[in-house]
Design a protein around this ligand. Structure first.
Ligand code: GLU
Length: 524
């Protein structure tokens, strides 16, 4: 980046401020420019997805822009698979960004690692203006300082010794070419009060704020500098992020003041607690006392057969409510109604059961053809059947409406249709072929006669199969349920499957007849 962009609406070099920036409380510029600014240190967590969603909703609500910015300045924590996972997970959810990596945007680059010159420039500017200073303390000195503070039972922190160097001391360190960091010179007295759209007014005493490092000795910025500079240069109007960043605001407030930049509106989203209500939601999957596992990454939910629509509806409800009673609503409804003032301040436990329930509701709302299409990759993986074959399978299509009533996740479908894709149905317990109050001999006859009747059936349809089999049960003096149960186990290997006649139709005449005959010698 050779041509440094000027801050929008401001002169490139500005006079030092005299007034602290106004609170963002009464500034509600529309349309909003909001950003999701993950650090690529891991996979997209469900909590981060909620943050991304709320930003996206607000951008859409105001007709503004949703920006994706990658905060990759902490080079030691980069995770190789993180970016691809985040992009794929956001896209799966439908949270496409208007500006950012793999998108357009006039405010790029959108990777902080490609904006180092800009941060360096503004860090130096702060030093020139007297709002920041070079600190030459070595890691060993800082460690010794910390030990001494602990021995004196003081809070550890930088004691600002380099802030108070005399010009001569400073000159000698410069002459010796000592490496340095740049720290913000935070006022040591007074307090800062800022407004958060969700939390209200918040006051911090300045003497509790560290002279934080803005630029490290290797020339890389810290989160604080890069974040504030980028929010400014990308013309971000509203910062919506997790509550854990609230404690950074006082420092950022001082940075905005030092730059004489108007801060954006802050809105810190309530943290999501673990399902048991204790502690901030884990960064890794949660194993409950009963052994059930609650995933925390969006890709895990995707792999386990959750629908993006259900996930979005669910995420909306963590910290926001449409009207206090409606649980199921689509994204269009949510973005029309979404507003910062209706976000709750109090944290809530992760409602894992609600997500499963919601997913079932969304699955039942799908058109059968749509469900079929969504099931194809899952069934293909679980049952080792080529996707093409599944797409073209008429038998599967017949069973979809019945599967739809029975599953809460897409991965649950396989057990209702797996018998369509085997040569021989596994008969784990042949005793199941013999329903209560029937004998082996009756069942053998019943299966043989069924095979014969089906073989000769003029029309292969659910209705014709039903009519023939009901007549047969009558003829054999069996209760329909008894005959049908034996047939079901013979053709599917299971006692529980979608309704029998459509199942038999789906299996197909030739295979159904063969299975019935194969089962006869197994009847105990
Ligand atoms: N990079 C920070 C994160 O990983 C962003 C915090 C913010 O939105 O300011 O969450």
């Amino acid at each position: 980046m050779t041509d440094l962009p000027a801050p929008p609406g401001h002169a490139w070099q500005q006079a030092p401020h005299s007034q602290p920036p106004r609170s963002g409380a009464n500034l509600m510029p529309t349309p909003a420019r909001v950003r999701f600014a993950p650090s690529p240190t891991g996979y997209l967590h469900i909590g981060s997805a909620r943050t991304a969603l709320f930003n996206w909703l607000y951008a859409r609500h105001t007709g503004g822009q949703f920006i994706l910015r990658i905060e990759d300045t902490d080079r030691t924590r980069l995770h190789p698979g993180s970016l691809a996972d985040m992009f794929a997970s956001l896209r799966w959810l439908g949270l496409q960004w208007d500006e950012g990596p793999e998108a357009d945007g006039a405010y790029g680059p959108y990777f902080q690692s490609e904006r180092l010159e800009l941060y360096r420039h503004w860090a130096d500017w702060l030093v020139e203006q007297g709002h920041a200073y070079r600190c030459y303390c070595t890691p060993a000195e800082l460690e010794q300082m910390r030990q001494e503070q602990m021995a004196r039972k003081e809070d550890p922190g930088y004691d600002r010794r380099c802030r108070h160097l005399t010009p001569a001391e400073r000159a000698s360190r410069e002459a010796a070419g000592l490496p340095y960091v740049i720290r913000l010179a935070v006022p040591q007295t007074g307090q800062v009060t800022f407004h958060d759209m969700i939390r209200g007014d918040i006051t911090f005493a300045n003497d509790k704020i560290q002279d934080a490092v803005l630029l490290k000795s290797d020339g890389w910025p810290t989160y604080h500098l890069a974040n504030v500079v980028d929010d400014r240069f990308m013309q971000i109007t509203h910062i919506m992020r997790g509550d854990e960043w609230l404690s950074s605001v006082p420092l950022h407030w001082h940075l905005y003041a030092a730059f004489d930049w108007e801060p954006p509106v802050w809105a810190h989203l309530p943290v999501i607690l673990n399902p048991n209500g204790q502690g901030k939601m884990s960064k890794r999957e949660i194993i409950r006392p009963d052994g059930t596992v609650i995933p925390v990454y969006i890709h895990s939910y995707r792999e386990q057969g959750y629908l993006p629509e259900a996930m979005l509806n669910f995420l909306c409800g963590i910290g926001w409510a449409l009207d206090g009673s409606t649980e199921i609503y689509d994204l269009e409804t949510a973005l029309t109604a979404f507003d910062l003032s209706s976000i709750q301040a109090s944290p809530g436990a992760f409602p894992a059961e609600k997500l499963i329930w919601m997913n079932g509701v969304y699955i039942r709302q799908l058109a059968p053809d749509d469900l079929h299409a969504r099931l194809v990759p899952f069934l293909s993986r679980q049952l080792s059947v080529p996707e093409e074959a599944l797409r073209a399978d008429h038998g599967l299509r017949l069973l979809i409406p019945f599967v739809q009533e029975r599953i809460k996740t897409l991965t649950e479908a396989a057990e209702f249709v797996d018998y369509l894709y085997v040569d021989v149905v596994p008969m784990a317990d042949p005793a199941e072929l013999v329903p209560a109050k029937t004998t082996g001999a009756q069942v053998r006859t019943g299966l043989e006669r069924t095979a014969t009747v089906l073989e000769a059936l003029p029309v292969w349809s659910e209705a014709a199969i039903e009519e023939a089999l009901r007549g047969l049960a009558d003829e054999l003096g069996l209760k329909p349920g008894q005959l049908f149960s034996a047939i079901r186990v013979a053709v599917t290997g299971k006692k529980v499957a979608p309704p029998l006649f459509v199942t038999v139709e789906a299996i197909g005449r030739e295979r159904a007849v063969a299975r019935l005959r194969q089962a006869i010698p197994l009847v105990p």
